[in-house]
Design a protein around this ligand. Structure first.
Ligand code: GRF
Length: 199
């Protein structure tokens, strides 16, 4: 199997994880800080290697991120994909995976960066166009170099859920593209295209 070995970080329902899996990406590790989340359940169901890093198991966020980066390095991932991980990643992660860690954010950065409520804030603000961004993770939250963006119009009768759903359809399109782009930049050979149906 070729293509990058991915480490996917998630605290949420895991639709981006499922999408990558169904497109045949090599998911070497899934890490979560919320063992009860949808992404963790999917990892268990598919027999993916799952690392649980709940904050309460660690004395500090630094210790948590040291354990997380140590595990991802040990397992051997090429690219880390932050897909709905609800903790800010500290130096142990940003250093170990500098230039090879992506984040997907549900807004057109630099608008509505920071926090997990970008869709709600865009609606409250009354913007007519929002979208999603895939960028490299640096120490500056949601402010690393942008790889790809997709725009999504805000419709008159949108609520956060409807708008987020349309944004996620775009996330599922551009996150794989951004991974391929980064992998090519890192000098990796292209991934064979294989789609797996997830029921
Ligand atoms: C996505 O909207 C992503 O942009 C944000 O968290 C959400 C994760 O969604 N960072 P899912 O868990 O992959 O469905």
């Amino acid at each position: 199997m070729t293509g990058p070995r991915l480490g996917v970080l998630s605290s949420g329902k895991g639709s981006n994880l499922r999408n990558l899996f169904s497109r045949g990406y090599r998911i070497t590790a899934v890490a979560t800080n919320r063992p009860g989340c949808g992404a963790a359940a999917f990892a268990r169901q598919q027999g993916l290697q799952l690392g649980e890093f709940s904050q309460r198991r660690f004395p500090s966020s630094l210790a948590r991120d040291e354990a997380l980066s140590g595990w991802l390095l040990e397992v051997g991932v090429d690219i880390v994909v932050n897909a709905g991980y609800d903790r800010i990643l500290g130096e142990p992660m940003t250093k170990a995976f500098a230039g090879r860690m992506l984040n997907i954010h549900p807004s057109l950065l630099p608008s509505f960066g920071g926090g997990m409520d970008a869709v709600e804030r865009a609606l409250e603000h009354g913007v007519k166009v929002t979208g999603c961004t895939v960028h490299l993770v640096t120490d500056a939250v949601d402010a690393g170099p942008i790889l790809l963006q997709a725009a999504v119009p805000v419709l008159p009768d949108d609520d956060a859920q409807r708008l987020h759903q349309r944004i996620q359809a775009e996330e599922h399109r551009i996150l794989p593209q951004a991974i391929d782009l980064l992998w090519a930049r890192l000098g990796g050979s292209p991934r064979p295209v294989k789609e797996t149906t997830v029921v």
